[in-house]
Design a binder for this molecule. Structure first.
Ligand code: PLP
Length: 395
């Protein structure tokens, strides 16, 4: 029999698979174009032209055994140097290649850093609503996820409760901005207060508390909103970045960790992360795509496409009477469920061939997540269904 821990994961993942199967079933009956699947954060905007160009150039021009070979577990040195310089240029930081570890997407990076930092029983604080996989990533290393309840007015972190939840066992705090599932960007004011609390708690307990900034949506921001670069606000900050959304490459599994020199015991953390990449079985981040990334550091996906979707969906939903915050980043709209049990609302939406995710998947029941990384037409065609739901449920 499989392990007890895995039984829970299998049950949970069947719920997600059930949604996927439901989408397929509905598409079989009504035609794929009449099913409005807003359940997945899978980008529908193509990777920029430069990505294909880079792949072809690398394949045609570089030494093939080097392109497909093993390298240092932290990644190619020239790639890491190019990434460090690109971050420095954007944010006025002073990183070098030693601070960058190439990872298998954001998920790989988070697993590497939790493997590196956590002793069994260590606590990792997350702010609800949060990306549900954090729970598994922390449990992988026998850590405990401690959840700060959401501020459902602003969806900024609830800092009063945060302060109470930090203990002598707190090893790390994870934040995600722009946020999945709310699209909220944590303001500079929030970050300054968060840093102040963490510094104070480190002193109070005589411990090191690492801030992990999970930022796969950094490039997906609207209306010129500023997204603070957290290493500048708190010394013990580690950044996890990914190209899954910023270059629409989720299947290629490529990202990196930034571990600054200012981080407590940075040399050991870097050495640990290097070994973790190997012993978790990743060995190294995909070699071809490390090289592709280095050639595409100034490329961007068409953020205007998501912005257009955002405007249409947000304006329509609010006009229908649904309550939601206008997202400033990422590609999710987090809508208050008009009925207390949001799962009932998700079921009702299915009757209109609309697939959306209950907020309880993000530790925030009473809300639903609509992923608008779909075609504009999908949103347009789904609107009569949302209108009918509003007529039925919104008082
Ligand atoms: N973190 C957040 C907040 C996410 O939304 C996702 C994916 O949707 C990930 C991490 C994992 O990203 P990746 O595909 O780069 O592993």
């Amino acid at each position: 029999m499989i392990s007890e821990k895995m039984i829970g994961y299998v049950q949970n993942s069947s719920a997600i698979r059930a949604m996927f199967e439901e989408g397929k079933r509905l598409a079989g009956i009504y035609g794929a174009e009449n099913v409005y699947d807003f359940s997945l954060g899978n980008p529908n905007v193509a990777a920029p032209e430069g990505v294909n160009k880079a792949i072809i150039e690398i394949i045609n021009e570089e030494n093939q055994t080097a392109v497909h070979g093993y390298m240092n577990n932290s990644g190619y040195e020239d790639v890491r140097e190019a990434i460090a310089q690109s971050i420095n240029k954007k944010f006025g930081t002073a990183f070098g290649l030693r601070n960058i570890i190439m990872t298998v997407g954001a998920a790989g990076g988070l697993n590497v850093i939790f493997k590196t930092l956590l002793n069994p029983g260590d606590e990792v604080v997350a702010f609800a609503p949060y990306f549900g996989e954090y729970r598994s990533y922390v449990a992988n290393y026998d850590g405990n996820l401690v959840v700060v309840s959401p501020d459902t007015k602003t969806f900024q972190p609830n800092l009063a409760e945060f302060e109470e939840k930090i203990t002598a066992k707190t090893k790390a705090v994870i934040v995600n901005s722009p946020n999945n599932p709310t699209g909220v960007v944590y303001s500079e004011e929030t970050i300054k207060k968060l840093a102040e609390i963490m510094n104070r708690k480190q002193q109070e307990f005589g411990t090191d508390i690492y801030l992990i900034s999970d930022e796969p949506y950094r490039e997906l921001a609207y209306d010129g909103v500023e997204i603070p670069y957290l290493t500048k606000y708190y010394d013990n900050t580690i950044v996890g970045y990914s190209y899954s959304k910023s270059l629409s490459l989720p299947g290629e599994r490529i990202g990196y960790l930034v571990i600054p020199d200012e981080v407590k015991d940075s040399e050991m953390v870097l050495a640990g992360a290097n070994v973790a990449n190997r012993i978790l079985g990743y060995v190294n981040a995909p070699s071809l795509f490390q090289k592709v990334i280095a050639k595409c550091l100034d490329e961007k996906v068409d953020v205007a496409y998501y912005d257009r979707n955002r405007e249409l969906l947000y304006n329509s939903m609010t006009e229908f009477g649904f309550a939601c915050i206008k997202p400033e980043g990422a590609f999710y709209l987090f809508v208050k469920s008009p009925v207390e049990n949001e799962k009932e609302f998700c079921e009702a939406a299915k009757k209109h061939n609309i697939l959306i995710v209950p907020g309880s998947s993000f530790a925030c029941p009473g809300f639903v997540r609509i992923a608008y990384c779909v075609s504009y037409e999908t949103i347009q065609n789904s609107l009569p269904g949302f209108k009918a739901l509003a007529d039925e449920f919104v008082k």
